[in-house]
Design a binder for this molecule. Structure first.
Ligand SMILES: [Zn+2]
Ligand SMILES: [Zn+2]
Length: 340
């Protein structure tokens, strides 16, 4: 597949898609009904359908009996950890293997021409982004993901929060499923914005940002505080009346869905004719420029509302530079005041 039909490559070899990242069409005014209808299948397929499928597989084949989950022990949480780690190993690992190790599509559709394996750096454990990211994912973030999972299952099992049944509340629960990706977006935006505040950034979030050129293993490479807060999005289902399957879906949007922003390619060529959109560009720009696109790719356009949106165009660049310039002036004025 020729990526020049979809974007441009600069002198350094970095590829950028044509057009601009668009926020979800239901924010358009006046409303564009047809565009919304066309967008709906894309909202469901393939990513959210995949997260729902894994949530259901877990519920029916992995999650233990309610009676078992009433009591905290080591057995069932370790089992859940093993499944989570195995699933991420296979899912993230196969993207990593095919596109980063075997490089099956070379650097077609790749935002950054370089591969992380080629760039050793002191910021990483063992000077390797891959090893550092891998160890942090499996020994920090996935245990914390599992912790969140165990806590909400334990709370549901003990009946300490409402457990709505599908038979009695089909419309309400279907609605919750439909808005779960939006809950994710809002939760992620605010915790992410918070840990970009100077002191918290240096303490917590800089770990994730060491990967300026992310690959799938970077997705869950986080400081423990971030690893916990990120997956804690599932706890919203202990606050709003819900059902553990919806909470599991919410958790999988976070855990499995983290890969979306970090694939590094705009499209994965599943076959020569069928490219898979990764929706990675907005978050790639976040890793590149740090202070843009704190949320996802515009499902709830919080970045637009807070003035930190970068839509991937030259115009987005100009707006970002103007914002940085203003910030610099504010800082300079502050220092001048402090010195006078
Ligand atoms: Zn990231
Ligand atoms: Zn960040």
């Amino acid at each position: 597949m020729d990526d020049h039909n979809f974007g441009t490559r600069n002198k350094r070899g970095d590829w950028a898609p044509n057009g601009h990242i668009e926020v979800a069409p239901f924010w358009a005014w006046p409303p564009k009904l047809m565009t919304v209808l066309k967008w709906l299948p894309e909202y469901v397929w393939p990513w959210n359908a995949f997260h729902m499928a894994t949530a259901l597989l877990y519920w029916f084949y992995v999650v233990p009996e309610v009676a078992v989950m009433k009591t905290l022990s080591w057995g069932w949480p370790l089992w859940l950890y093993a499944v989570n780690a195995g699933a991420i190993f296979v899912f993230y690992g196969s993207v990593e293997l095919l596109f980063y190790v075997k490089r099956k599509q070379g650097n077609r559709f790749k935002y950054n021409a370089k591969f992380p394996g080629e760039q050793p750096s002191d910021v990483f454990w063992f000077k390797s982004q891959n090893i550092d990211n891998f160890l942090r994912s499996f020994f920090i973030s996935i245990p914390l993901w599992t912790l969140v999972e165990v806590v909400f299952l334990w709370v549901f099992a003990n009946g300490w929060v409402p457990w709505l049944s599908w038979a009695d509340n089909p419309y309400y629960l279907a609605f919750l499923v439909a808005v779960a990706p939006m809950i994710h977006e809002v939760h992620f935006f605010f915790i992410h914005r918070l840990i970009h505040w100077g002191p918290l950034y240096r303490w917590i979030h800089s770990v994730h940002h060491n990967s300026v050129n992310p690959s799938p293993w970077s997705s869950l490479s986080m400081h423990p505080v971030e690893g916990f807060l990120y997956h804690a999005v599932a706890f919203w289902h202990l606050v709003i009346p819900s059902n553990p399957i919806v909470a599991m879906f919410q958790l999988h949007i976070a855990g499995f869905g983290a890969v979306n922003g970090h694939i590094g390619f705009d499209k994965l060529e599943i076959t020569e004719e069928t490219p898979l959109d990764t929706h990675a560009y907005a978050h790639y720009l976040h890793h590149k420029y740090f202070e843009v696109n704190y949320g996802g790719d515009g499902l709830i356009p919080l970045d637009k509302w807070f003035g930190t949106w970068h839509d991937g165009t030259k115009d987005g660049d100009v707006q970002m530079q103007a914002r940085f310039q203003k910030k610099k002036e504010r800082m300079n004025a502050k220092t001048a005041r402090a010195n006078s």
